[in-house]
Design a protein around this ligand. Sequence first.
Ligand code: AMP
Ligand code: MG
Length: 518
Amino acid sequence: MHPLQFDNRFVQELPGDPITTLNSRQVVGALWSKAPPTPVQAPRLLSYSPEVAELLGWTAEDMHSSEAAQILSGNQLLEGMFPVATCYGGHQFGNWAGQLGDGRAISLGESINAKGERWELQLKGAGKTPYSRHADGRAVLRSSVREYLCSEAMYHLGIPTTRALSLVATGDGVLRDMFYDGHPKTEPGAIVCRVAPSFIRFGHFELPAARGDVALLNQLIDFTIERDYPQLIGHTETKRAQWFELICLRTARLMADWMRVGFVHGVMNTDNMSILGLTIDYGPYGWLEDYNPLWTPNTTDAQGLRYSYAQQPYIAHWNLAQLANALATVMPDEPLEAGLRTYALTYNQVFNQALAAKLGLKQLGAEDESWVEQLFELLRTSEVDMTLFFRELAQLDLQQPNLSVISSAFYRPEYVERDRDIWDAWLALYAQRSLQELVNMTERKERMNAVNPRFVLRNYLAQEAIDLAEQGDNSRIDQLLQVLRKPYAEQPEFNQFAQKRPEWARVRAGCSMLSCSS
Ligand code: AMP
Ligand code: MG
C-alpha cells in the first residue's frame, strides 16, 4: 500500500480521555478515547470505490493487495494512524439521550492527499470502544452493504454525503435480533471504511453544553471553525455567527436535496447530523417508491412517524434548534436565531427551485401553488412511483398531453382507470402552464432529467444485492455501484434497475421495513 500522510488534528488539538481501556464508561472533559480495532478472523475485500481510493491516493493495485483487507478491517495499522472513538451525545426521537459516542466507529486518522485535502478514515464495525455500552461494536453484512452503496449513490446524485471507500467481510459471525422480537440470528459481519473531511456531529457540541463544560465547548467550536470552516475570518464572535449561519444553510440545502430525490434518512437524531451538512449514518434509510409523505422505512418509528419523508425539513430545523441551544451557552442568541431563520428561508427557496426544475419550469409562483399541491395529492392517492413519474413527465407531449406516458409509474393498474379523468384534467393544466414558458422540448427534457434521477438505490435493489452477497456472490454490489454512478443518465442497458418495486418487495423485510438493528 502506498503510505498516506496523516495530520490527526482532532486528537492533537482536542483533549483525550486519560483512561485507555475499552470499558464502557462516561467520558468527561475529553472528546476522544483511544480505541484500537479488535482483530477479525479472515478479512476479505468485497468491493471498493475506485473514486474514493483515488481521492486518498490509492491505486487499484493497492486496493487489491492483501494488506488492504488487513488495514480496512482494522487488523493492521498504517504508519501515522491513531485509532480513536469520539465522544458525543444527542437527542434521540426528540429526547435528550446523554452520552452516546462512537460505539462502533473507529477513526483511523486524518489523511492529507496530494491536493492538500483532508480526508478522515473511519471504520464502522471494527469492534468495541468505550462508547459501545452493552453492544458489540460490530456491523452485519446487510447494513454494511446498504451504507456502502448508498453513500456512493448519494455522492453521484450530487448530494453532500460521507463517502465509502471499502466493504470488507470479516469472516466472523455477528449475533443480531433483527426485529427485536426474541429471534436472534448469527449473521456475517462486515466493515465499511467511511471517508469524510469531518465526522463532527451536532451531538459533539450538545454533550459538553449539557454537562456545563463551557471550556470544552469553546475549544470544540474554535477547532471546528478552524479545521472545517477555514474560509471564515474575522473576530471570534463574527466567525461564530457566520459559522452557525453556514451550518443552517448547508443543512437546508441537504434537506431540499433529500426531498427532491425522495430519500428518507430514517433516524434523524441529532447525533446523526453532520456539522458539514453531509448525509451521515446510513441505517434504516429508504427511498420513496409510491409517493407517500408519511412513509418511513424505520420500524422503530412506525408509530410516531417522526422521521417520515415529509417531516424531514421540520426535523432538521428542530435539530438545528437543539444545536443552537447548546451553542447559546457560549454565544449570544441573536445570530443563532438569525441562523434558524436562514434555514427556513433557504429551505423554502432551494426546494421551490428544485420543484420547479423537477416540473420543467423556470420557477414556481404563488399562482402555481394549487395545481402543484393537487399533483402531490394525486401522486399519493393514485399510488404513483415518484422517481418514475418525474422521469416520464419529461416525455409528455405538451401539445397533446396523454396519461399513457406516465401510467407505467402507477402501482395499481386499476387506479389508472379509476383516476383517469382527474389526471387528464391535471395534465391539461400542467401542459398549458408549461407552454406559458418559451420551451424548447429537448432543453426542457435535459433540464428535467438533470434533477430527476432515473436510478436510485431502491430498497428492493439493495436487498437483492444483500441476498446475493450473503450467498457469496458480490457481483450485484459492483453492478449497482456502476449503475448508480450515473443516476441521471438514461443507461438503457440497465433498464432492469429503473423499475418500480415488484409485488414481492411490498412486505418483505429489508425492502419495506427496516430496524435500527444493524
Ligand atoms: P445509531 O442509531 O446507529 O446512530 O446509533 C446510536 C448509538 O448507538 C451510537 O452511539 C452508536 O455508536 C451506538 N451503536 C449502534 N450500534 C452499535 C453496536 N453494534 N455496537 C456498539 N455501539 C452501537
Ligand atoms: Mg449514529
